[in-house]
Design a protein around this ligand. Structure first.
Ligand SMILES: [Zn+2]
Length: 50
């Protein structure tokens, strides 16, 4: 069963729970992001090395 959880705060992609697997990220600030946007956020927040 696919359960709609909400929309990615960044790109408005719909985030589903697929058979218990959540295809997005729920941050501590209770914001929803898809994996793609969460990855790019992480990259932005992490200082690149070298
Ligand atoms: Zn997104």
């Amino acid at each position: 069963m696919n359960e709609l959880i909400g929309k990615c705060k960044c790109c408005c992609k719909e985030i589903y729970c697929l058979d218990g697997f959540f295809n997005g990220v729920h941050t501590e600030e209770k914001e929803l992001y898809c994996f793609e946007c969460h990855e790019s956020l992480k990259v932005k927040n992490e200082k690149p090395q070298s």
